[in-house]
Design a binder for this molecule. Structure first.
Ligand code: NI
Ligand code: MN
Length: 231
């Protein structure tokens, strides 16, 4: 599994010959090294509707034909915006796609879709378990700390967890390290920090806290990629 970071919460995961894009906030993302027309995707997985996650989903899905996987409300909204292939899910539900198994997990956050006509209801925010090619990835989405993360890790032994550390809108470094303790991933990659002044964090501080909880932290600079060898 190859994981490329575009800054904020945007990642491109390549596994089993498929490209899976998480939360493609690219054109408005000061950290992104790529433009929306420079990425390819077979699937786009959206954790929630906020603009710093929904990002360039419509444009990328229309150009590439990627399937959008999101909660029911956001999947339906994408269809209304001309996305041909949208798959709605909800918390606790799993589905076997051609690119891997996906389960939608809860997240403590909010979700709305910002449009020129105002805010639309965006369903509940979530995270994802993605299992493909013998590797399990957990993307927590935007969330505060919650103890049921322990259950997620118990049910799906996690190879790599993507956790927000920016604080203010999500967990900060201390709570994210506690999440590591509950989830027990082998590796952890921090996200959702340093994009805006209000979420400035030193990822190395988090890396040290995560190491104390037994996970190896991979801090990726925007544009950087890391490969997790298949077991
Ligand atoms: Ni959000
Ligand atoms: Mn966010």
């Amino acid at each position: 599994m190859r994981i490329r970071y575009f800054g904020h919460s945007a990642f491109l995961v390549e596994v089993g010959g498929k490209k899976i894009l998480f939360d493609p906030f690219l054109s408005g993302n000061p950290q992104s090294p790529v433009k929306p027309d420079e990425v390819e995707a077979d699937a786009i997985l959206l954790t929630h509707g906020h603009a710093d996650h929904f990002g360039d989903t419509i444009e990328i899905a229309q150009r590439t034909g990627a399937m959008v996987v999101a909660n029911h409300e956001i999947a339906t909204y994408c269809q209304s915006r001309g996305v041909a292939n949208a798959h709605g899910m909800n918390h606790g539900g799993g589905y076997k796609f051609d690119f891997g198994y996906v389960k939608m997990t809860p997240a403590w956050h909010t979700s709305s879709i910002e449009t020129p006509d105002g805010m639309l209801y965006g369903g509940h925010p979530g995270g994802f378990i993605l299992r493909a090619d013998g590797v399990t990835l957990y993307n927590a989405g935007d969330t505060g700390l919650f103890r049921d993360m322990e259950l997620i890790g118990e049910q799906h032994p996690i190879d790599v967890a993507l956790l927000p550390i920016g604080d203010n809108y999500t967990m900060g470094p201390v709570d994210a390290a506690y999440a590591v303790k509950l989830l027990k991933p082998r590796f952890v990659i921090p996200m959702h920090y340093n994009t805006f002044p209000v979420i400035q964090q030193d990822p190395e501080v988090f890396a040290r806290l995560a190491a104390k909880e037994g996970a190896s932290c991979k801090v990726l600079a925007p544009g950087e990629e890391w490969t997790l060898e298949t077991a």
